[in-house]
Design a protein around this ligand. Structure first.
Ligand SMILES: NC(=O)c1ccc[n+]([C@@H]2O[C@H](COP(=O)([O-])OP(=O)(O)OC[C@H]3O[C@@H](n4cnc5c(N)ncnc54)[C@H](OP(=O)(O)O)[C@@H]3O)[C@@H](O)[C@H]2O)c1
Length: 253
């Protein structure tokens, strides 16, 4: 099956949407909401058991979802995910580059493996997603990237410099992509503040992890709030590009 003979649609119903990092948190919430609104969801993450359970939940609610084990550090995994969408549905409307990790710590601790993980997953992973989907979007003549940055992509604070650097970079790359995209493609950056998800699990510094978890438990917003923002960007008419949404709990400074 090829991507060639399709036309773009407005709204959410019947759109084919790939979500990376779909096994928990924001990605999972977006998958559930978009499936409920009639999209066909292609789920990617490393945790294949959780993807299987999520796909089953969606199908049990009369939605449509398929999944494939995807490590965004592996360029070929992203290509395979796009091929899966092609083979099953014959088109790709939206690619949500959502996978990310946040093992933050002071630079003095030289947790270089954590720095590399953030660069490889949050930054190179997004570029690999773009590389996999952009040629398809060009061929079809339509397509929409939704890239997850963060309020940390707008302002950095101590201990977050590398994470923040990857999220500033996601905004810069997305803006460049938007400028190059022309009038057929759309590019949206979603910049959430603190969200109630599993993101603290990747923090290797226990003190930082506990502090972050306490802040999250005190003021985080539910991942559904971010899913609604993603849905808002996707449901706009094809000639309207919501460029960026910054969304945070009112209690977050
Ligand atoms: N939570 C927040 O406060 C917050 C705020 C701003 C921005 N964000 C961003 O939102 C995005 C989603 O995070 P979340 O808060 O929903 O956290 P989460 O619940 O920890 O979800 C992260 C997702 O990314 C996936 N992932 C991690 N490494 C991966 C890899 N190498 N390949 C493929 N998937 C990978 C995880 O699945 P597997 O482990 O199964 O692969 C999981 O599905 C991230 O980009 C994060 O930076 C979060």
């Amino acid at each position: 099956m090829s991507f060639e003979k399709n036309v773009t649609v407005s709204g959410i119903k019947d759109k084919v949407i790939i979500i990376t990092g779909a096994s928990s948190g924001i990605g999972e919430a977006a998958a559930l909401l978009l499936a409920e609104r009639g999209a066909k969801i292609v789920l990617g993450a490393r945790g294949v058991d959780r993807l299987e359970a999520l796909a089953e939940r969606i199908v049990n609610r009369c939605g449509e979802a398929i999944y494939a084990r995807t490590d965004v550090q592996q360029r070929e995994d992203l290509s395979s995910l796009v091929t899966l969408a092609a083979e099953r549905y014959g088109k790709l409307d939206v690619f949500i580059n959502n996978a990310g990790v946040m093992p933050i710590s002071p630079l003095d601790e030289l947790r270089i493996e954590d720095w590399e993980a953030m660069i490889d997953i949050n930054l190179k992973g997004v570029l690999y997603g773009i590389a996999a989907a952009l040629p398809v979007f060009r061929k079809q003549g339509f397509g929409h990237f939704v890239n997850t940055s963060s309020t940390a992509g707008h302002k950095t604070v101590p201990n977050q410099s590398v994470y923040s650097g990857t999220k500033f970079a996601v905004r810069a790359i997305s803006e460049g992509l938007r400028q190059e995209a022309g009038d057929q493609l759309r590019v949206t950056v979603i910049s959430p503040g603190i969200v109630r998800t599993n993101f603290t699990e990747s923090v290797t510094n226990k003190e930082v992890r506990d502090r972050l978890a306490a802040i999250r438990d005190e003021l985080a917003m539910p991942p559904d709030a971010v899913a609604r923002a993603i849905a808002f960007a996707i449901e706009q008419p094809a000639d309207i590009d919501v460029n960026e949404i910054v969304i945070r709990p009112t209690a977050q400074v």
